[in-house]
Design a protein around this ligand. Structure first.
Ligand code: BG6
Length: 485
């Protein structure tokens, strides 16, 4: 197959020298994911030979270089897979700087970037990671434009990419006024998960699955991402966002794009993103009657939540794609907080055989179920074909069997990267394959408009359950495959 995509995975190119600027360096995302992730990349030898990381925040939250190093060490200590010690930490720590930035005073940031570039020498690339709340986004982008820092720079943008179609368009206009789309990396950490890439490998590197990956053989698809955690003290963010915007428009729709896409003509950013965009183009506008919004009992008592809040902490919905491959095949998507388990599972349910020659009572108990392909993309992930087999014995009884591929058992995942790590590295290499394009995100908001304008009321559900009862009716005549044990 012709491939224009950099063959990073086989040869492992290392990015050019870089100055990485982390806006929101003292925030939650930087602490939990970005700083530990950058250190892990450094320790794995995947960062450039010469680089500096400049933390930034408004003056009121500014730190000195030493305090930033301490902050980073504590973050890595608490959340990192690689512990902050030894020579590796010492070398990493030396690359850290801090430069405060406010719209009316970008001076300290400019000085820190200039120092970092002088330390590195030559003409390092600039990568700006905007881990800032939506309210701060425009002013940071404008600052990058006004100071000239954005010139030739790459921009990693965190979700939410707007809250509806007009705001997404406005956001894209703001970005494009300063940085060309070819240098914009809208990050969705789900797409950095190993098993998501593996959907491409499974579908397009084998002749086994693709011939049956369509409406002739598949009756329905489930993309199920329940979470057992609650809102974890993020009431301020969550109240204004809700599960639909937090999880569905971003993560689950992106997964849908990969599961449903046509074979790309090459494995490069343009072809891959053209194909996911086509999936989004064919998405029927969401029908509020096919959406269940839920709210876990006790949510309104969480600190910072309004006593009559209508924010959903759970969504299940039916999505239809109007194209030749998927016409008539419902896609069921579900995600929510405080549910029975935390899982990430895509299940393809296959059509029943044409002739039902095994009577229902041949299925031992109600439990014997087969006929599906399960892609579990929890890191490190696994794929299972679940089918019915004959239960040994004199009578023709059927039982459930699994043919399972497990990443952990099949490969040494010591060098595996977390979603964020993988994607930050891709951004440094300029590979946009796993990043959302402006037209794609606008199309998703357009399809979401009927739901946003006319959301059904939230229905309560017990913590630890699987959502309001209405989710069972939504999926009938099928049933949710989770919980599976
Ligand atoms: C984030 C959401 O993007 O993804 C969180 O803001 C959610 O609300 C998280 O919990 C889930 O990611 P993961 O990788 O832990 O499943």
């Amino acid at each position: 197959m012709a491939s224009a995509r950099p063959s990073r995975r086989s040869t492992g190119p290392v990015p050019d020298p870089h100055v990485i600027v982390l806006f929101g360096a003292t925030g939650d995302l930087a602490r939990r994911k970005l700083l530990p992730g950058l250190f892990h990349l450094a320790k794995a030898g995947l960062l450039p030979s010469r680089y500096r990381i400049v933390g930034s925040a408004p003056a009121q939250a500014a730190l000195g270089d030493d305090a930033f190093r301490k902050h980073a060490r504590e973050a890595v200590e608490e959340f990192g897979r690689a512990k902050p010690d030894g020579r590796a930490w010492q070398e990493f720590e030396e690359t850290l700087r801090f430069g405060a930035a406010d719209s009316d005073d970008p001076g300290p940031l400019l000085a820190a970037v200039r120092d970092a570039e002088r330390d590195i020498g030559g003409s390092p690339r600039r990568l700006f990671h905007l881990a800032v709340p939506p309210a701060a986004f425009t002013s940071v982008v404008e600052l990058l434009g006004a100071t000239g820092l954005a010139e030739d720079a790459r921009l990693i943008v965190e979700k939410p990419f707007g809250t509806d179609l007009p705001s997404a368009r406005a956001l894209n206009d703001t970005i494009h006024a300063v940085v060309d789309e070819s240098r914009v990396f809208r990050i969705d950490h789900f797409l950095g998960k190993e098993s998501v890439d593996n959907i491409l490998a499974l579908r397009f590197a084998n002749g086994l699955f693709e011939p049956i990956w369509n409406r002739d053989h598949i009756s329905h698809v489930q993309i199920d991402v329940p979470e057992s955690i609650g809102i974890e003290g993020r009431a301020q963010f969550f109240e204004g966002t809700g599960t639909f915007r937090d999880m569905i428009v971003t993560h689950l729709f992106q997964l849908l794009g990969f599961v449903a896409m046509e074979p790309p003509t090459a494995l490069n950013a343009k072809c891959l993103r053209d194909e996911t965009e086509k999936v989004f183009e064919t998405m029927e506008p969401l029908d509020p009657a096919q959406v269940v919004r839920g709210q876990y009992e006790g949510y309104r008592q969480e600190p910072g939540v309004a006593p009559h809040s209508d924010t959903e902490t759970f969504v299940a919905l039916r999505v239809r794609l109007e194209n030749w491959r998927w016409a008539g095949v419902p896609f069921y998507l579900r995600s929510g907080k405080s549910l029975g388990q935390g899982r990430h599972v895509v299940t393809l349910g296959f059509r029943e055989p044409a002739l039902r020659m095994f009577p229902d009572d041949a299925r031992r108990g109600a439990g014997a179920q087969g006929n599906r392909l399960v892609i579990d993309f929890a890191d490190p992930g696994r794929i299972a074909a679940r089918f019915l087999v004959k239960d040994p014995g004199p009578a023709m009884h059927l039982g459930t069997a699994d043919m399972t591929f497990s990443y952990a058992e099949s490969f040494n995942s010591l060098h595996a990267l977390e979603g964020y790590e993988r994607l930050i590295l891709d951004a440094m290499l300029g590979d946009q394959s796993l990043f959302t394009r402006a037209d794609g995100i606008e199309r998703l908001w357009a399809a979401s408009t009927p739901l946003l304008e006319n959301p059904p009321p939230v229905q309560p559900y017990a913590q630890g359950s699987w959502g309001p009862d209405a989710v069972r009716r939504l999926i009938a005549p099928y049933h949710w495959y989770l919980p599976d044990r």
